[in-house]
Write a protein that binds this ligand. Structure first.
Ligand code: NCD
Length: 357
């Protein structure tokens, strides 16, 4: 594998880098305009061999909001994949057109395989039922923002724990933070794989949401992954077994938060959406900021945010003054002078006139 900053499994990065991504994501969320030109001239290739709404669009929107461009496909039948081109050849080719690539594929290990020959960094946007590291970054930012911590949490995870790649990545990551414990709520058939539970210290199993919801800080619901079952009949046996509804929510604490990577089928009743503890749509929104941060960190490109100067700049004190005679700052001098400083150029936040500093 080339020595590029690929993200295949979150454990490819150190825990301090996860924190760096989450912190940068939160900074971007607070001041998105500061970063709007950070990826100007850069191109992201998005190769989605499997359906996607949130992951694909949040990545695309992240790159566009950073000033970059996007190429790619969301339907491989409209590309040379349809003519029988191999994964290696497609990804190698697109990596030559891109500065960073995002890929989702139905086969476990496929993104790692693509990274072996890719000429640009590649991000795993979901490889079969295996891993989904950027959903986990989204989940971690959500927990940090909404619970204020990533430690000491009791996390219930419910639904398809066998095929649900988001929860595999999530448990791997959260088990690296102190004091977290897990309750896996599923049928016998859809339990968490052994390779995920084996390294865990604190975890238990349950087959009932009702029995455990009262003691949880977080309830992470998931969809039964129909597309990964051997037959429709096998899927039907598992469908609709766990449904979170308003009745069950009555048994939960006031501080519980309900998360879901989405899409939802019927595992969360729509009546729960208006409960302030239901955070899944917010979670999807946060995903865009964490992906902006990830792109910046992987490209190692302008990641130091330009300094935003607020106020105080007055004549003779050495501060910067806007020189545009038509700027509101000349007419209303009491206003705080505010500039975005980048690459030796200060841009007035009011009139956008630029001056070298
Ligand atoms: C998930 C996925 O694709 O793994 N969705 C997502 O990326 N937000 C969850 C799912 O499909 O159930």
């Amino acid at each position: 594998m080339k020595n590029l900053n690929h993200l295949i499994d979150l454990n490819d990065f150190g825990k301090s880098q996860w924190d760096e991504i989450i912190n940068l994501g939160e900074k971007i969320m607070d001041n998105p305009h500061i970063y709007e030109a950070s990826c100007r001239g850069k191109i992201m290739g998005t190769l989605f061999y499997e359906p996607s709404t949130r992951t694909q669009m949040s990545f695309q929107s992240a790159m566009l909001r950073l000033g970059g461009g996007i190429i790619g496909f969301d339907n491989p039948t409209a590309s040379s994949v349809m003519k029988g081109e191999s994964l290696k050849d497609t990804t190698k080719t697109v990596s030559g057109y891109s500065d960073i690539m995002v890929m989702r594929h139905p086969v476990a290990g496929s993104v790692k395989a693509a990274a072996l020959t890719a000429d640009c960094p590649i991000i795993n946007a979901g490889d079969g039922g295996h891993l989904h590291p950027t959903q986990t970054l989204t989940d971690m930012l959500t927990l940090h923002k909404e619970k204020g911590r990533l430690t000491g949490l009791k996390i219930g995870i419910c639904g398809d724990l066998k095929y649900g790649r988001t929860v595999h990545s999530l448990v791997k990551a959260l088990s690296c933070y102190e004091g977290n414990s897990f309750v896996f709520i599923s049928t016998e058939e859809l339990q968490m794989p052994e390779y995920i539970t084996a390294p865990l210290e604190k975890w238990s199993k349950s087959d009932s949401i009702d029995e455990v919801i009262g003691g949880l800080d977080v309830l992470y619901m998931t969809r039964i992954q129909k597309e990964r079952f051997a037959s429709e009949a096998e899927y039907e046996k598992q469908a609709s077994r766990y449904i979170l509804d308003a009745e069950k929510m009555k048994k939960a604490g006031d501080d519980l938060i309900v998360m879901h990577p989405l899409p939802r089928l019927n595992e969360i009743d729509v009546a729960v959406d208006s409960d302030p503890r239901a955070l899944y749509f917010k979670q999807a929104h946060y995903g865009m900021y964490v992906r902006m941060a990830l792109i910046l960190i992987i490209l190692n490109y302008n990641i130091t945010p330009p300094v935003l100067l607020k106020g105080e700049a007055q004549d003779g004190d050495g501060g910067i003054k806007c020189k545009n005679e038509n700027c509101i700052l000349q007419k209303e001098p009491h206003l705080p002078h505010s500039f975005i400083i980048k690459g030796g150029v200060a841009t007035c936040e009011y009139c956008e006139s630029r001056q070298c500093i």
